[in-house]
Design a protein around this ligand. Structure first.
Ligand code: NAP
Length: 255
């Protein structure tokens, strides 16, 4: 069985492609979102209990290989996967979408983390669209003079800045939609993570079109493991590592 550590669109695509290719696949989700979009194949939900427990999980289920397709900012699970795969002797591949890069007209301010983003905001605008996700929002709780439109998938459980409006939405986001949002709320600056990929980049095009500054949080460091940037490459790798004879249930029944 191939284990896909998920929580991203790419992880879902990969699980779907493996399932389609008749490779037995289990996707693992952290369980943060109450109604996640589920991938094809088997799904398990919740933390493993750290790297040692993950190593045991891999050994107990005779996992052939692991693809870490978690979000570029999900640091702990990637570190855990690297450690667990080394100790269990299971091949590991990191599937990570490339980060975003500036284009002509962009006014980006790169910062190291959310605290630095919160410090950068007051100088850039009084009305800010904040799209860094529900985790880590407390970094902005002490920013008193800025009004934030806080957009995230699910209700945050951290303290929010005193002046804000919460917008729960998981997209998909379009350029027209992002421009309308910016105009409706008279947004003057944007804060986001360098998540990369095409699923959430419309806000960057909208900021470019309105000449708004963007505070963009750099990706955290990752363990040094073999990496690919596309689902197609990860699919080829996983297929090559899948054990012969391991097919998913539908095909097993089909003979
Ligand atoms: P994290 O800080 O790296 O992980 C915290 C703990 O949650 C891990 O130690 C692990 O628990 C558990 N965990 C995380 N991902 C898991 C997975 N795919 N399967 C099983 N357990 C998992 O991660 P995070 O930043 O909280 O993100 C959680 C999930 O949301 C990730 O799967 C990620 O792909 C997705 N996501 C994150 C972001 C973001 O900005 N961080 C954005 C979009 C989606 P144990 O130590 O107990 O195993």
């Amino acid at each position: 069985m191939i284990l896909v550590l998920g929580g991203t669109a790419e992880a879902r695509e990969l699980a779907g492609a493996l399932h389609e290719a008749r490779v037995a696949v289990t996707s693992s989700l952290a369980g943060r979102v109450s109604n996640p979009r589920l991938p094809a194949g088997s799904v398990r939900v919740g933390g493993f209990g750290g790297p040692d427990a993950l190593a045991r999980w891999l050994a107990d289920r005779d996992v052939a290989a692991v693809v870490d397709a978690t979000h570029p900012f999900a640091q702990r699970i990637s570190a855990s996967a690297a450690q667990a795969c080394t100790s269990a002797g299971v091949p590991l591949l990191r599937l990570q979408r490339p980060g975003w890069s500036e284009q002509p007209g962009d006014r980006w301010h790169w910062v190291a983390d959310l605290d630095a983003a919160a410090r950068a905001v007051p100088a850039l605008g009084e009305r800010v669209l904040l799209t860094t996700g529900r985790q880590g929002l407390s970094a902005f709780a002490a920013v008193r003079d800025t009004w934030f439109l806080v957009r995230c998938v699910q209700q945050p459980d951290e303290p929010l800045p005193p002046r804000h409006r919460l917008l729960l939405s998981r997209g998909p986001f379009t350029l027209a939609g992002e421009l309308a949002l910016i105009d409706e709320h008279r947004i003057e600056a944007l804060v986001c993570k360098d998540s990369g990929g095409p699923h959430t980049d419309a806000k960057l095009a909208a900021a470019r079109e309105r000449a708004l500054p963007v505070v963009i949080v750099r990706r955290p460091p990752r363990p040094a493991v073999a990496s690919v940037a596309s689902v197609a490459e990860a699919l080829a790798w996983a297929r090559a590592h899948a054990r012969d004879g391991e097919v998913h249930a539908r095909d097993a029944h089909a003979g």
